[in-house]
Design a binder for this molecule. Structure first.
Ligand code: DGY
Length: 328
């Protein structure tokens, strides 16, 4: 029997390609840049499956040109690059990679909490530039204490809870907001508060909500104005959850003290005004970026794809309705 034809839309680890090649005919876009939308559509035509990345927009137009497609498997937990209803409508299984990146992404949130609070990146640049004239009591780098501060988490899913667990070692008080309160055993000492209290009380506000039309600009001018002037905002979720223009304005006006940002609106086109602000630490969407975690994500996506194309239910199916429709 012929192997199913699949597209791998970006460069990935050799182990992953080996795994896929064992059971699929792989069209591999072995490049670090994403395929432009027209080329993505052209290379999906005739394919039964795809290993996709968060830079690949999969929508009705793309799907219309790929009638043989059975599964699109994202190498990411977030799937806002998918038009999920369009995939479902086209009868195409969609999957993501939950769990394997939780701890690594929580580590990144903490890297940004500590780096912004203690001004690590600016201080490093200053030392390298030869500006350090000697130790001073009133030094130029007075930071904010993390220990015993209040950590606020917006979106207490698996990654949010992993961020919260790390706060114990810093003797922090943890508050969170979710639309629905967690079971007390999952809260692990964190306290549910409403959005108003979360904004008002957090010294470090970590965003962990997925991006969707419902979370677009969830943090805008009004929310930033409600925060403490000493507070720091940390975003390792998705650009677009924060209104970047409003954040820049709030930082300029000292409405909040700083921000640690791994994600931005219109990535990778960064608003240049961020670069002029020494109160922000900027990283290039590296929340899950360790070799072990990226490999685990890509292998999980490959497992999803292989399962889907061999007639099994993929472990991380996002639109099970597709299977129900096939059965009925
Ligand atoms: C995800 O998995 O959604 C991350 O943003 C990718 O690193």
């Amino acid at each position: 029997m012929a192997k199913p034809a699949i597209l791998v839309s970006r460069a990935v680890f050799a182990e992953v390609i080996d795994r896929l090649t064992a059971c699929c005919a792989v069209d591999y876009h072995d490049a670090d840049a994403p395929l432009p939308p027209d080329q993505l559509a052209a290379r999906l035509a005739g394919k039964q499956g795809a290993l996709s990345f968060l830079t690949d927009r999969i929508d009705a137009a793309v799907l219309a040109g790929a009638p043989c497609l059975k599964a699109v498997c994202n190498v990411a937990v977030g799937y806002n690059n998918f038009d999920l209803p369009a995939l479902t409508q086209a009868g195409v299984m969609a999957t993501n990679t939950p769990r394997v990146l939780d701890e690594t992404t929580a580590d990144t949130a903490w890297a940004l909490i500590l780096a912004t609070a203690r001004r690590v990146v600016g201080a490093d640049r200053w030392v390298r530039a030869g500006q350090w004239q000697g130790w001073k009591f009133h030094d130029d780098w007075l930071g904010a204490d993390v220990h015993h501060a209040t950590l606020g988490i917006l979106g207490m899913g698996r990654i949010g809870r992993a961020v919260a667990r790390r706060a114990t070692g810093f003797s922090m008080r943890v508050i969170y907001h979710n639309r629905t309160r967690l079971d007390p055993d999952l809260e692990a000492g964190a306290t549910w508060v409403d959005m108003t209290d979360l904004l008002r009380k957090a010294d470090f506000l970590v965003l962990m909500v997925p991006y969707s039309p419902a979370t677009h600009h969830l943090i805008g001018a009004a929310e930033l104005a409600a925060m403490k002037p000493t507070a720091h905002l940390i975003n390792v979720a998705r650009g677009g959850v924060v209104d970047d223009a409003a954040l820049i304005e709030a930082l300029h006006l000292c409405r909040i003290a700083g921000a640690g940002l791994d994600v931005f609106e219109n990535e990778p086109a960064l608003d240049p005004r961020f670069c002029a602000l020494d109160k922000v630490v900027l990283t290039p969407h590296i929340g899950s970026s360790t070799r072990a975690t990226r490999l685990a994500m890509a292998m999980l996506a490959a497992d999803n794809l292989i399962a889907a194309l061999s007639g099994q239910r993929p472990p991380n199916l996002l639109n099970p309705e597709v299977l129900k429709e096939k059965i009925s």
